[in-house]
Ligand binder design. Structure first.
Ligand code: C2E
Ligand code: CA
Ligand code: CA
Ligand code: CA
Length: 275
């Protein structure tokens, strides 16, 4: 009996170790990609749905792993956080997207750049000053950039986060609460936060075929409007969704229906011509 258990236990362990090795190998390749600056940035337009005009683009990190194909940022961003590589990674992404914005400004384009900020960046004492320095060196202003912070990050350690958010706003940046609706902010917390944009999580756009789903979407949108926030609904995949959102007063949307995240040269066309 003991033997069988042991064998079973052992094989589980082997499996675990194998996974661990694979994980280490991917992590090492990610470290190389960061070091060699081969990560890319794609851009997804945020659209004024009525006109197709593009108000902003969101920078999204992309990694094409030589051995594994495209790896989702939902995998490699947390991996970089755990491995202590997130600062270098973010630095590459931010630098690339700011340089791109610099070119777009030089070409007369006025739209905002939205950048995702991770928990550890927000807590880093040097993050904000380095970012401002980088902007100024490129002749850009903090007002050109919206920092996206997920609702769950904005809410953990609320008092400390409020201090960070204030500093960001004082430096001239705008803030968007990302993935809104998936955390648990209270009305009073949300009311106190110095944010301009609310990005409603895409999962709510996928539930509009049920009455409950539509009710929840309406409640979230009304909440945002009540707090005088600029509401952007994410994950809009088809015309029906866009139409319904328009009916309940949502003007700003993002999603595959308008455009997938695209490389910079394609994004530039949308910035010029709309989607
Ligand atoms: P997010 O910030 O919520 O970004 C939106 C995600 O939804 C993106 O996934 C985008 O490609 C996807 N998406 C856009 N429209 C649609 C749609 O109509 N339907 C569906 N099903 N999905 C849509 P992506 O690019 O895979 O990024 C995943 C997450 O990784 C992001 O979620 C963000 O949290 C994180 N991330 C990406 N780039 C960065 C970065 O540079 N820094 C940090 N800290 N996080 C990043
Ligand atoms: Ca985002
Ligand atoms: Ca989001
Ligand atoms: Ca997300």
């Amino acid at each position: 009996n003991a033997g069988r258990n042991n064998v079973c236990f052992y094989s589980d362990l082997m499996h675990f170790k194998a996974l661990g090795r694979e994980h280490m190998a991917i992590q090492a390749r990610l470290a190389n990609a960061i070091h060699d600056d081969t990560l890319q940035v794609f851009y997804q337009p945020v659209v004024e749905a009525g006109t197709g005009e593009v108000l902003a683009v969101e920078a999204l990190a992309r990694w094409q792993d030589g051995q594994g194909g495209w790896v989702s940022p939902d995998i490699f961003i947390p991996m970089a956080e755990k491995a202590g590589m997130i600062h270098e990674l973010s630095d590459r992404i931010v630098t690339q997207s700011l340089e791109r914005l610099h070119r777009w400004r030089a070409a007369g384009l006025k739209q905002l750049l939205m950048v995702n900020i991770s928990r550890s960046q927000l807590f880093s004492p040097t993050f904000l000053s380095l970012l401002v320095e980088k902007l100024l060196r490129l002749g850009l202003r903090p007002g050109d950039v919206v920092l996206e912070i997920t609702e769950s990050v904005a809410l953990t350690d609320y008092a400390r986060q409020m201090k960070h958010l204030r500093q960001i706003v004082d430096a001239g940046f705008q803030i968007a609460i990302d993935d809104f609706g998936t955390g648990y902010s209270s009305l009073s917390q949300l009311h106190e936060m110095p944010v301009q944009f609310l990005k409603v999580d895409g999962s709510f756009s996928q539930r509009l075929h049920t009455e409950d789903g539509r009710g929840i979407m309406q409640a979230i949108v009304q909440l945002g409007q009540l707090l005088k926030l600029d509401v952007i609904v994410e994950g809009v995949e088809n015309r029906e969704t866009a139409q319904y959102l328009n009916e309940i007063g949502v003007r700003r949307m993002q999603g595959f229906y308008f455009s997938e995240p695209v490389p910079p040269n394609v994004a530039e066309l949308s910035l010029r011509l709309g989607v």
